[in-house]
Design a protein around this ligand. Structure first.
Ligand code: NAD
Length: 514
């Protein structure tokens, strides 16, 4: 136990073997054979075995959540905000161990693990403020002595399906907003990262207990895809928020759509940075390299394509070729590391397959693409980030490979040509341009510019502030979470009209006597 993980698990109260589901105050689960072993991608050690919930367990959780909703929706929104404020404070207390467990279970840098917990804390603060600001508009009625206004009401159960790469932050973006909105939560975390979800549920439990809140406001169900699928099909869950691959999102979106439920989809990206001839290339390199290799290329906002003006192409290429071989790859818990491991061997296989495929299509592998071995790299999940010269229309380039591959793509004409390449993929999450030319920057942000949910100028594609609405267009799924007015999806909107006159005027001039 070289990383003190047993101590971390104890501190977080993680008793994995009891963990099929939790409705808030305690853990439960029908006896069954289904369990899953969780190995760390950092050193290959077995961290724990978790029990997987059955669909009967899932059903029991939904029943409890439905019951909890009856009382939670009556708690005034600012009082719900007070509970979220306390959750944020508990997360501050547990930031160190939780951040470390995120890093060890998922494989991201320790600093990123801590950063993810900080994001949870920040969204709690945001949600607390929001709890006094769930406003709608008032409108002037066209009828005399009538008043008309919007009201936002709690929706019910919000089901959140999360991905392995942001194993806790993305859940909190959903759950904390949903909580102040008066909804109750059921979380189906990634089966690859169940332990951090169990840890978070323990942290929340203390707050629920201290405030004598009922079971069922925050629930977690540990399971694989079939639990997510059950949630998607369940008419008792009015909103399903699903983060993960486009393949998963198409299934979930179809099933939720078939019952006319609401789906908030946060799916894959294929993000590009445009470097025009007016770019500050030296500054751009920081954004490009971190965007491409950070989190070992496993962010939905990872920079996957670099669209470079031919006048600076060779300069950019040689700068990258000087940086890539020196990247500090290794144990993400150790200071100084920039690139940690991929999540598992299957991810490594996708990485090497994509590199073989792109070369077969005519791409040139410039550097990287190897699997590291030796004592420092005990798991077979550490790889050297790859740089590939490619064309945008290659099949491989059109797909999101969830690994550190950066495709260098040349353009020679105007910024419009670069924008067409940037938009010329199925996904539409994050995008960026580096230019000091105002016309280029504004063209990129205009209605004929980037078609993505996130469009940045002189900032890379990866990462985002919680204050903005986060999400993307096209095959990224169209959902928006986190800041701005993303909260509205967690509520049902009602238009209220009140007549305080003694007349009942009818629309369209209809006249009749009763
Ligand atoms: P994944 O699609 O394999 O799994 C995500 C979650 O969906 C897991 O909890 C899984 O159990 C569940 N799931 C899988 N199939 C399902 C089904 N048929 N019905 C219901 N649930 C199902 O994704 P992953 O490998 O964990 O994560 C990586 C992917 O997530 C990448 O594509 C990445 O771009 C994307 N991602 C997107 C965002 C975003 O905000 N847009 C954020 C993080 C990750």
């Amino acid at each position: 136990d070289s990383h003190g993980i047993r101590q971390v698990l104890r501190e977080l109260g993680v008793e994995a073997e009891n963990a099929a589901y939790s409705t808030g105050l305690q853990w439960g689960g029908a006896a069954n054979e289904n369990s899953r072993t969780v190995y760390s991608p950092v050193d290959g050690q077995l961290i724990a075995t978790v029990r997987l919930a059955t669909t009967a367990d899932y059903d029991a959780v939904v029943t409890t959540a439905q019951e909890a909703f009856k009382s939670w929706r009556l708690v005034p929104a600012p009082k719900r905000g007070e509970i979220v404020r306390q959750i944020g404070n508990k997360l501050r207390e547990y930031k160190e161990p939780l951040g470390k467990l995120v890093s060890y279970e998922m494989g991201k840098l320790l600093q990123e693990g801590l950063g993810e917990v900080q994001e949870m804390i920040d969204i709690c603060d945001f949600a607390v403020g929001l709890s006094r600001q769930l406003h709608g508009f008032t409108m002037h009625s066209e009828r005399p002595a009538h008043r008309m206004y919007d009201q936002y009401q709690p929706l019910g159960i919000v089901g959140t399906i999360s991905a392995f790469n942001f194993p806790v932050a993305v859940w909190s973006w959903n759950a904390m907003l949903a909580a102040v909105c008066g909804d109750v939560n059921i979380w189906k975390p990634s089966e690859k990262t169940p332990l951090v979800a169990i840890a978070v549920q323990h942290i929340i439990k203390d707050v629920l207990r201290a405030n004598e809140l009922p079971e069922g406001i925050f629930n977690v169900v540990i399971g694989e895809a079939e639990i997510g699928a059950a949630m998607a099909a369940d008419p008792r869950v009015p909103l399903v928020s699903a983060t993960g691959s486009t393949r998963m999102g198409k299934k979930v979106g179809e099933v939720v759509g078939a019952r006319l439920g609401r789906a908030l989809l946060e799916l894959g990206g294929n993000n590009a940075i445009i470097l025009t001839q007016h770019a500050d290339v030296a500054m751009a390199m920081r954004a490009v390299v971190f965007g491409a290799v950070g989190t070992a290329g496993q962010r939905c906002t990872t920079t996957r394509r670099l669209i470079i003006h031919d006048s600076i192409y060779e300069d950019v290429k040689s700068r990258l070729l000087a940086i890539y071989p020196k990247l500090p790859i290794g144990n993400p818990l150790q200071e100084g590391t920039l690139v940690g491991p991929l999540i598992d061997k299957q991810a490594v296989e996708m990485f090497t397959k994509a590199l073989a495929a792109v070369q077969a299509e005519g791409g040139t592998l410039l550097t990287g693409g190897t699997i590291l071995t030796g004592d420092q790299y005990p798991t077979g999940t550490y790889v050297t980030p790859a740089l590939v010269e490619a064309r945008n229309d290659y099949h491989t380039v059109q797909e999101e490979t969830f690994a550190p591959i950066l495709y260098l793509i040349k353009y020679s004409g105007s910024v419009e040509e670069a924008i067409a390449l940037q938009n010329g993929v199925k996904q539409g999450l994050s995008s960026s341009i580096f230019t000091l030319n105002m016309r280029e920057a504004e063209a990129f942000l205009s209605q004929t510019g980037s078609d993505c949910g996130i469009a940045n100028v002189n900032i890379g594609t990866s990462g985002a502030e919680i204050g903005g609405a986060f999400g993307g267009e096209k095959e990224t799924g169209g959902g928006r979470e986190s800041g701005s007015d993303a909260w509205k999806v967690y509520m049902r909107r009602q238009t209220n009209t009140i007549n305080y006159s003694d007349q009942l005027p009818l629309a369209q001039g209809i006249k009749f006597d009763v």
